[in-house]
Design a protein around this ligand. Structure first.
Ligand code: F0G
Length: 458
């Protein structure tokens, strides 16, 4: 395996356009080591654009450029990520971008869910409508592009499924090999099948996600592979564009609340970074409150904020059927704690029953999402009850993954099997109205008509 440069800043990347900044000690650097940790204090890095201080981007000019690019047929303009490239690390040549036309995701009204949550107006930004079915594509197009520019043949990630599906797709499109580390038996077959089809070397490790990520961090220091987890700050730059696209869809009218699921906490950090940058640059004159919702069984950030005042990470042994966020030791906890504080957002946890109910309610709107995304609606209900979200405020839920990402969960729910043997079996009864199990019938007209008549009465 030929060894590329050990510095991710050395080959291809123009350091004059951006710097790496340590989130703890503030150290600025033009290059980063393979594990994307600060050379001084080993904390995480973020990307910063010193040029913005002296040459502020022209907001209204950019808004117009971004709008006009929608009419273009240039692949970087068709991408809902690269369309906003003035706020991303610069490419020497637009054609370098590895793109699958990510982004450009719909913003849906959720009127029934709004009623159920107790708000007048509820929107969902559906990142599950990305090319591989999750929000990861927005970050992956940027990070995979920079991996290739830096000369890497191999990219790698630890994943609960979606990152690996996305990474494998972008690596394949970009002519790179990919190595996937996933916890054995703890990710959905649907996500695993994507990684296989896109040609990844897929390792099912006998550990959890946190164990996979620990191993990856050691691996990247020993082997010439480029890591594409959200520790990689290029990922977060791409994921920032969710907020830009959302504000553009809202004609730059700022919503009161944006609510996201929290797992490894890269996405909340990215959205928060975008909101702070948009505010500083003058794209918006106030900030939405960014809130993070976790599953009760994987509530490291909730506990970190409540028990340690956000000063040190409280890790947890993670367990939830929302396997995408089955993470107990989130890498980006400090970044997430910072953006929650800076935007005035909340952090809540929801039970398995609440997640199942919310997921079924989002499905009943004809939209659907994977279980991890549904924590947002379940969390909103709590935030409304607590008075943190007012009925007349505008709320945007970020739906992170497509319904088809985890069909086993959905089928188990509708068949009444989701809570079997879990101690939550009472929930099956209470959620009866939301269940639509398949019905096995003799192939006769009579039996189908009888079923139709019965269903019409219910
Ligand atoms: N929703 C979905 C559908 C996810 O796949 C993930 C994370 C999250 C929410 C949480 O986002 O980690 O940025 O806080 N999935 C990662 C993966 C961990 O490997 O696919 P986060």
């Amino acid at each position: 395996m030929p060894s590329p440069s050990t510095s991710t800043g050395a080959a291809g990347v123009r350091p004059s356009e951006f710097r790496y900044r340590c989130i703890a000690c503030g150290e600025l650097s033009a290059t980063a080591s393979q594990d994307f940790r600060c050379a001084q204090c080993a904390d995480l890095l973020e990307i910063t654009y010193p040029r913005w201080k002296t040459a502020r981007p022209d907001c209204s000019g950019l808004m117009e450029t971004w709008r006009n690019r929608r009419q273009s047929s240039n692949p970087v303009d068709l991408s809902g990520v690269w369309r906003f490239r003035e706020l991303l690390p610069a490419l020497d040549d637009d054609q370098q971008a590895i793109t699958l036309r990510e982004g450009n995701t719909p913003l849906y009204e959720l009127p029934q869910c709004a009623r159920s949550a107790g708000v007048d107006h509820l929107l969902a930004k559906h990142q599950g409508m990305n090319p591989t079915g999750s929000f990861k594509d927005a970050g992956m197009t940027v990070a995979a592009t920079f991996a290739r520019r830096a000369g890497f043949r191999w990219v790698a990630c630890a994943s609960t499924g979606n990152t690996s599906a996305s990474m494998a797709a972008y690596a394949a499109r970009g002519g790179m090999r990919s190595l996937v580390l996933v916890p054995e038996g703890k990710i959905s077959w649907s996500k695993l099948s994507q990684a296989l089809d896109y040609g990844a070397v897929t390792c099912q490790l006998r550990t959890d996600f946190d164990g996979c990520l620990r191993l990856l961090q050691e691996l990247v220091l020993r082997a010439p592979v480029y890591q594409l987890n959200s520790i990689n700050p290029f990922r977060l730059e791409g994921q920032k564009t969710l907020a830009l696209e959302l504000l553009e869809q809202l004609e730059w009218q700022v919503p009161d609340h944006v609510i996201v699921p929290g797992g490894n906490l890269g996405n909340s950090s990215a959205i928060g970074k975008a909101l702070l940058e948009m505010y500083e640059l003058g794209f918006i004159s106030r900030m939405p409150k960014l809130s993070v919702i976790q599953a009760e069984g994987a509530n490291a950030l909730v506990r970190t904020l409540r028990e340690a005042g956000g000063k040190r990470l409280v890790s947890v042994p993670a367990e939830t059927r929302a396997t995408a966020i089955r993470i107990g030791n989130p890498a980006s906890w400090k970044k997430a704690a910072h953006v929650l504080k800076a935007t005035g957002g909340a952090c809540e946890q929801v039970t398995e029953t609440e997640i199942a109910q919310a997921k079924a309610e989002i499905g009943a709107e004809g939209i659907g999402c994977e279980p991890a995304s549904a924590v947002t609606l379940a969390g909103l209900k709590k935030l409304v009850k607590q008075g943190f979200v007012k009925a007349n405020e505008t709320v945007v839920l970020v739906l992170t993954g497509n319904l088809l990402k985890d069909p086993d969960y959905t089928i188990d729910f509708h068949r009444g099997d989701l809570f079997k043997g879990t101690g939550d079996e009472g929930a099956t009864q209470s959620l009866e109205k939301l269940r639509h199990p398949p019905i096995v019938l003799d192939a006769t007209l009579d039996s189908v008509i009888r079923t139709l008549e019965q269903a019409d009465k219910s």
